[in-house]
Design a protein around this ligand. Sequence first.
Ligand SMILES: Cc1cc2nc3c(=O)[nH]c(=O)nc-3n(C[C@H](O)[C@H](O)[C@H](O)COP(=O)(O)OP(=O)(O)OC[C@H]3O[C@@H](n4cnc5c(N)ncnc54)[C@H](O)[C@@H]3O)c2cc1C
Ligand code: FES
Length: 277
Amino acid sequence: MSQVFDHNAYLPVMARITEIREMTEREKYFKLELSQPLYHHPGQFVMVSVIGIGEAPISISCGPTAEPVLEMIIRKTGRLTKVIHNMKVGDALGIRGPYGSGFNLDDFYGKDVLFVAGGLGLAPLRSLIDPVMANRERFGKITLISGCRTPAEELYRDKTTAWQKVEGVEVIRLVDATANLRWDGEVGLVTAPIPQLDLQPETTVAALCGPPVMYKFVIMALDAKGIPHSQIFVDLERRMKCGVGKCGHCQINASYCCQDGPVFRYSETMELQEALT
Ligand SMILES: Cc1cc2nc3c(=O)[nH]c(=O)nc-3n(C[C@H](O)[C@H](O)[C@H](O)COP(=O)(O)OP(=O)(O)OC[C@H]3O[C@@H](n4cnc5c(N)ncnc54)[C@H](O)[C@@H]3O)c2cc1C
Ligand code: FES
Protein backbone atom coordinates (compact mmCIF):
# COMPACT_ATOMS: atom_id res chain seq x y z
CA MET A 1 0.00 0.00 0.00
CA SER A 2 1.30 3.44 -0.81
CA GLN A 3 2.29 5.91 1.84
CA VAL A 4 1.27 9.52 1.46
CA PHE A 5 4.46 10.80 3.05
CA ASP A 6 6.80 8.54 1.10
CA HIS A 7 9.40 11.04 -0.08
CA ASN A 8 11.77 9.43 2.46
CA ALA A 9 10.43 6.47 4.44
CA TYR A 10 12.15 7.69 7.63
CA LEU A 11 11.38 11.40 7.36
CA PRO A 12 8.29 12.49 9.32
CA VAL A 13 6.00 15.32 8.29
CA MET A 14 5.11 17.74 11.10
CA ALA A 15 1.40 17.90 12.00
CA ARG A 16 -0.26 20.40 14.35
CA ILE A 17 -2.45 19.21 17.22
CA THR A 18 -5.89 20.85 16.92
CA GLU A 19 -7.77 19.04 19.68
CA ILE A 20 -6.91 17.09 22.82
CA ARG A 21 -9.45 15.31 25.02
CA GLU A 22 -8.75 13.40 28.20
CA MET A 23 -10.59 10.10 27.78
CA THR A 24 -9.41 8.18 30.85
CA GLU A 25 -6.64 8.50 33.40
CA ARG A 26 -4.23 6.87 30.93
CA GLU A 27 -5.62 7.72 27.50
CA LYS A 28 -5.93 10.97 25.58
CA TYR A 29 -7.59 11.62 22.24
CA PHE A 30 -5.59 13.72 19.76
CA LYS A 31 -6.78 15.32 16.54
CA LEU A 32 -4.11 16.59 14.15
CA GLU A 33 -4.17 18.79 11.09
CA LEU A 34 -2.04 17.41 8.25
CA SER A 35 -0.60 19.11 5.18
CA GLN A 36 -2.46 16.59 3.00
CA PRO A 37 -5.00 13.77 3.53
CA LEU A 38 -3.62 10.40 4.68
CA TYR A 39 -5.93 8.38 2.38
CA HIS A 40 -5.53 5.51 4.82
CA HIS A 41 -7.30 2.17 5.02
CA PRO A 42 -9.10 1.07 8.19
CA GLY A 43 -6.68 -0.69 10.56
CA GLN A 44 -3.54 1.10 9.36
CA PHE A 45 -1.16 2.92 11.70
CA VAL A 46 1.24 5.86 11.61
CA MET A 47 4.65 6.32 13.21
CA VAL A 48 4.37 9.24 15.63
CA SER A 49 7.48 11.08 16.80
CA VAL A 50 8.76 13.90 18.96
CA ILE A 51 12.18 15.21 17.96
CA GLY A 52 14.83 14.25 20.50
CA ILE A 53 12.50 11.86 22.34
CA GLY A 54 11.50 8.98 20.08
CA GLU A 55 8.97 7.41 17.76
CA ALA A 56 6.21 4.80 18.17
CA PRO A 57 3.50 3.16 16.06
CA ILE A 58 0.02 4.48 16.83
CA SER A 59 -3.21 3.27 15.22
CA ILE A 60 -5.28 5.63 13.14
CA SER A 61 -8.54 6.01 15.03
CA CYS A 62 -10.83 7.48 12.38
CA GLY A 63 -12.37 6.20 9.19
CA PRO A 64 -10.79 6.88 5.79
CA THR A 65 -11.31 10.50 4.86
CA ALA A 66 -10.32 12.99 2.18
CA GLU A 67 -9.88 15.61 4.94
CA PRO A 68 -6.29 16.34 6.00
CA VAL A 69 -6.91 15.16 9.57
CA LEU A 70 -5.69 12.35 11.79
CA GLU A 71 -7.33 11.10 15.00
CA MET A 72 -5.58 8.88 17.54
CA ILE A 73 -5.96 7.69 21.12
CA ILE A 74 -2.64 7.54 22.93
CA ARG A 75 -2.08 5.66 26.18
CA LYS A 76 0.60 7.02 28.49
CA THR A 77 3.01 4.08 28.81
CA GLY A 78 6.60 5.27 28.45
CA ARG A 79 8.94 8.10 27.57
CA LEU A 80 7.41 9.22 24.27
CA THR A 81 3.77 8.91 25.21
CA LYS A 82 4.39 10.82 28.48
CA VAL A 83 5.84 13.73 26.48
CA ILE A 84 2.90 13.60 24.05
CA HIS A 85 0.43 13.63 26.96
CA ASN A 86 2.01 16.89 28.17
CA MET A 87 1.58 18.57 24.78
CA LYS A 88 -0.95 21.34 24.12
CA VAL A 89 -3.17 22.30 21.19
CA GLY A 90 -0.91 24.03 18.64
CA ASP A 91 2.11 21.80 19.36
CA ALA A 92 3.40 19.61 16.52
CA LEU A 93 4.05 15.87 16.20
CA GLY A 94 6.06 14.08 13.51
CA ILE A 95 4.00 11.65 11.43
CA ARG A 96 5.09 8.93 8.97
CA GLY A 97 2.73 6.63 7.15
CA PRO A 98 0.08 5.35 6.84
CA TYR A 99 1.56 1.87 7.19
CA GLY A 100 0.37 -1.71 7.38
CA SER A 101 -2.16 -3.87 5.61
CA GLY A 102 -5.34 -2.81 7.42
CA PHE A 103 -8.84 -4.20 6.90
CA ASN A 104 -10.24 -4.59 3.40
CA LEU A 105 -13.85 -3.37 3.29
CA ASP A 106 -14.55 -5.80 0.42
CA ASP A 107 -14.35 -8.62 3.00
CA PHE A 108 -17.22 -6.99 4.93
CA TYR A 109 -19.66 -5.74 2.27
CA GLY A 110 -22.98 -7.61 2.30
CA LYS A 111 -22.08 -9.46 5.53
CA ASP A 112 -23.30 -9.40 9.13
CA VAL A 113 -20.43 -7.77 10.99
CA LEU A 114 -19.32 -8.55 14.53
CA PHE A 115 -16.80 -6.18 16.09
CA VAL A 116 -15.11 -7.20 19.33
CA ALA A 117 -12.99 -4.55 21.04
CA GLY A 118 -11.00 -4.98 24.23
CA GLY A 119 -9.79 -1.81 25.97
CA LEU A 120 -7.67 0.36 23.69
CA GLY A 121 -8.60 -1.99 20.81
CA LEU A 122 -11.63 0.22 20.17
CA ALA A 123 -9.24 2.93 18.89
CA PRO A 124 -8.07 1.05 15.76
CA LEU A 125 -11.44 -0.66 15.37
CA ARG A 126 -13.14 2.73 15.08
CA SER A 127 -11.31 3.21 11.77
CA LEU A 128 -13.36 0.27 10.44
CA ILE A 129 -16.58 0.99 12.35
CA ASP A 130 -16.75 4.55 10.93
CA PRO A 131 -16.96 3.50 7.24
CA VAL A 132 -19.35 0.64 8.09
CA MET A 133 -21.71 3.07 9.86
CA ALA A 134 -21.33 5.65 7.09
CA ASN A 135 -22.41 3.05 4.50
CA ARG A 136 -24.86 1.19 6.73
CA GLU A 137 -26.99 -0.09 3.81
CA ARG A 138 -24.04 -2.06 2.41
CA PHE A 139 -23.87 -4.36 5.45
CA GLY A 140 -26.17 -6.79 7.24
CA LYS A 141 -26.68 -6.87 10.99
CA ILE A 142 -23.96 -5.07 12.95
CA THR A 143 -22.92 -5.99 16.48
CA LEU A 144 -20.25 -4.29 18.54
CA ILE A 145 -19.03 -5.84 21.78
CA SER A 146 -16.78 -3.39 23.57
CA GLY A 147 -15.21 -4.23 26.91
CA CYS A 148 -12.86 -2.58 29.35
CA ARG A 149 -11.73 -3.22 32.90
CA THR A 150 -13.80 -0.61 34.76
CA PRO A 151 -16.26 2.21 33.84
CA ALA A 152 -13.41 4.72 34.30
CA GLU A 153 -11.55 3.08 31.41
CA GLU A 154 -14.35 3.27 28.85
CA LEU A 155 -13.38 4.89 25.53
CA TYR A 156 -15.56 6.66 22.95
CA ARG A 157 -18.78 6.69 25.01
CA ASP A 158 -20.08 9.41 22.65
CA LYS A 159 -19.45 7.18 19.64
CA THR A 160 -20.98 4.01 21.10
CA THR A 161 -24.10 6.02 22.04
CA ALA A 162 -24.39 7.32 18.47
CA TRP A 163 -23.76 3.90 16.88
CA GLN A 164 -26.38 2.32 19.14
CA LYS A 165 -29.02 4.59 17.60
CA VAL A 166 -28.37 3.36 14.06
CA GLU A 167 -30.97 0.88 12.82
CA GLY A 168 -29.84 -2.75 12.88
CA VAL A 169 -26.88 -2.00 15.12
CA GLU A 170 -26.47 -3.61 18.53
CA VAL A 171 -23.85 -2.25 20.90
CA ILE A 172 -22.96 -4.30 23.98
CA ARG A 173 -20.76 -2.45 26.48
CA LEU A 174 -19.13 -4.42 29.26
CA VAL A 175 -16.76 -3.92 32.16
CA ASP A 176 -14.86 -6.63 33.99
CA ALA A 177 -15.90 -4.97 37.27
CA THR A 178 -17.84 -1.82 38.18
CA ALA A 179 -15.29 -0.79 40.85
CA ASN A 180 -18.20 0.87 42.71
CA LEU A 181 -18.69 3.34 39.86
CA ARG A 182 -21.95 4.10 38.02
CA TRP A 183 -22.38 1.79 35.05
CA ASP A 184 -25.31 1.30 32.68
CA GLY A 185 -23.78 -1.51 30.60
CA GLU A 186 -23.17 -5.16 31.37
CA VAL A 187 -20.61 -6.78 33.67
CA GLY A 188 -18.43 -9.58 32.31
CA LEU A 189 -15.78 -10.37 29.74
CA VAL A 190 -16.26 -9.63 26.03
CA THR A 191 -16.77 -13.35 25.41
CA ALA A 192 -19.84 -13.48 27.69
CA PRO A 193 -22.48 -12.21 25.20
CA ILE A 194 -21.26 -14.29 22.23
CA PRO A 195 -23.17 -17.54 23.00
CA GLN A 196 -26.47 -15.58 23.01
CA LEU A 197 -25.83 -13.84 19.68
CA ASP A 198 -27.61 -15.02 16.54
CA LEU A 199 -24.53 -15.42 14.30
CA GLN A 200 -24.90 -17.21 10.98
CA PRO A 201 -21.61 -18.94 10.02
CA GLU A 202 -22.12 -18.33 6.28
CA THR A 203 -22.78 -14.61 6.54
CA THR A 204 -20.86 -13.37 9.59
CA VAL A 205 -17.49 -11.64 9.46
CA ALA A 206 -15.74 -10.73 12.71
CA ALA A 207 -13.10 -8.07 13.39
CA LEU A 208 -11.27 -8.39 16.71
CA CYS A 209 -8.96 -5.90 18.34
CA GLY A 210 -7.67 -6.06 21.89
CA PRO A 211 -5.01 -7.61 24.10
CA PRO A 212 -3.56 -10.90 22.77
CA VAL A 213 -5.19 -12.97 25.54
CA MET A 214 -8.62 -11.78 24.35
CA TYR A 215 -8.22 -13.35 20.90
CA LYS A 216 -7.87 -16.89 22.18
CA PHE A 217 -11.12 -16.79 24.15
CA VAL A 218 -13.13 -14.83 21.58
CA ILE A 219 -12.05 -17.25 18.86
CA MET A 220 -13.06 -20.21 21.05
CA ALA A 221 -16.51 -18.61 21.43
CA LEU A 222 -16.73 -17.98 17.67
CA ASP A 223 -15.64 -21.57 17.00
CA ALA A 224 -18.62 -22.72 19.06
CA LYS A 225 -20.81 -20.66 16.69
CA GLY A 226 -19.17 -22.26 13.65
CA ILE A 227 -17.69 -19.03 12.27
CA PRO A 228 -14.91 -20.06 9.82
CA HIS A 229 -11.42 -18.77 10.67
CA SER A 230 -11.23 -17.26 7.19
CA GLN A 231 -14.03 -14.87 8.26
CA ILE A 232 -12.26 -13.68 11.42
CA PHE A 233 -9.80 -10.78 11.27
CA VAL A 234 -7.39 -10.00 14.12
CA ASP A 235 -5.31 -6.88 14.69
CA LEU A 236 -1.90 -7.94 16.05
CA GLU A 237 0.42 -5.44 17.70
CA ARG A 238 4.13 -6.24 17.74
CA ARG A 239 7.08 -4.16 18.84
CA MET A 240 7.99 -2.03 15.83
CA LYS A 241 10.81 0.30 14.95
CA CYS A 242 10.93 1.24 11.27
CA GLY A 243 7.34 0.45 10.29
CA VAL A 244 8.43 -0.22 6.72
CA GLY A 245 9.73 -3.80 6.67
CA LYS A 246 13.44 -2.97 7.05
CA CYS A 247 14.55 -3.51 10.67
CA GLY A 248 13.03 -6.92 11.45
CA HIS A 249 11.74 -5.84 14.89
CA CYS A 250 8.19 -6.97 14.15
CA GLN A 251 9.13 -10.16 12.31
CA ILE A 252 7.48 -13.47 13.21
CA ASN A 253 8.82 -16.28 11.03
CA ALA A 254 8.37 -15.03 7.46
CA SER A 255 5.87 -12.27 8.33
CA TYR A 256 6.56 -8.62 9.02
CA CYS A 257 3.68 -7.33 11.15
CA CYS A 258 4.31 -3.74 10.02
CA GLN A 259 3.70 -4.65 6.38
CA ASP A 260 1.82 -7.97 6.24
CA GLY A 261 -0.24 -6.84 9.26
CA PRO A 262 -1.15 -5.56 11.75
CA VAL A 263 -4.48 -6.95 10.49
CA PHE A 264 -4.45 -10.66 9.61
CA ARG A 265 -7.11 -13.12 8.55
CA TYR A 266 -7.13 -15.59 11.45
CA SER A 267 -6.88 -18.60 9.12
CA GLU A 268 -3.55 -17.17 7.94
CA THR A 269 -2.03 -16.72 11.41
CA MET A 270 -0.93 -20.26 12.18
CA GLU A 271 2.74 -19.25 12.01
CA LEU A 272 2.01 -16.13 14.08
CA GLN A 273 0.67 -17.92 17.15
CA GLU A 274 3.36 -16.40 19.43
CA ALA A 275 1.72 -12.99 18.85
CA LEU A 276 -1.62 -14.36 20.01
CA THR A 277 -0.59 -15.49 23.49
C1 LIG B 1 0.59 -1.37 15.10
C2 LIG B 1 0.58 -0.74 16.47
C3 LIG B 1 -0.42 0.16 16.80
C4 LIG B 1 -0.43 0.77 18.06
N1 LIG B 1 -1.44 1.65 18.34
C5 LIG B 1 -1.44 2.30 19.51
C6 LIG B 1 -2.46 3.26 19.80
O1 LIG B 1 -3.38 3.50 19.00
N2 LIG B 1 -2.40 3.90 20.98
C7 LIG B 1 -1.40 3.64 21.90
O2 LIG B 1 -1.41 4.27 22.97
N3 LIG B 1 -0.44 2.73 21.68
C8 LIG B 1 -0.43 2.06 20.51
N4 LIG B 1 0.56 1.14 20.25
C9 LIG B 1 1.58 0.87 21.28
C10 LIG B 1 2.67 1.95 21.32
O3 LIG B 1 3.33 2.02 20.08
C11 LIG B 1 3.69 1.60 22.42
O4 LIG B 1 3.06 1.64 23.68
C12 LIG B 1 4.93 2.54 22.42
O5 LIG B 1 6.03 1.78 22.84
C13 LIG B 1 4.83 3.73 23.34
O6 LIG B 1 6.07 4.41 23.33
P1 LIG B 1 6.74 4.98 24.67
O7 LIG B 1 8.09 5.50 24.32
O8 LIG B 1 5.80 5.93 25.33
O9 LIG B 1 6.82 3.73 25.60
P2 LIG B 1 8.03 2.67 25.70
O10 LIG B 1 9.04 3.26 26.61
O11 LIG B 1 8.45 2.23 24.34
O12 LIG B 1 7.28 1.43 26.36
C14 LIG B 1 6.40 1.53 27.45
C15 LIG B 1 5.95 0.13 27.86
O13 LIG B 1 5.14 -0.48 26.83
C16 LIG B 1 5.74 -1.72 26.41
N5 LIG B 1 5.50 -1.84 24.95
C17 LIG B 1 6.08 -1.14 23.97
N6 LIG B 1 5.58 -1.50 22.76
C18 LIG B 1 4.65 -2.45 23.00
C19 LIG B 1 3.78 -3.23 22.17
N7 LIG B 1 3.74 -3.11 20.83
N8 LIG B 1 2.97 -4.11 22.78
C20 LIG B 1 2.98 -4.26 24.12
N9 LIG B 1 3.76 -3.56 24.95
C21 LIG B 1 4.60 -2.67 24.40
C22 LIG B 1 7.20 -1.59 26.80
O14 LIG B 1 7.79 -2.85 27.03
C23 LIG B 1 7.11 -0.80 28.09
O15 LIG B 1 6.77 -1.62 29.17
C24 LIG B 1 0.59 0.48 19.02
C25 LIG B 1 1.59 -0.43 18.69
C26 LIG B 1 1.59 -1.05 17.45
C27 LIG B 1 2.67 -2.02 17.11
S1 FES C 1 9.03 -2.58 12.27
FE1 FES C 1 10.85 -2.77 11.13
S2 FES C 1 10.44 -4.53 9.93
FE2 FES C 1 8.55 -4.15 10.88
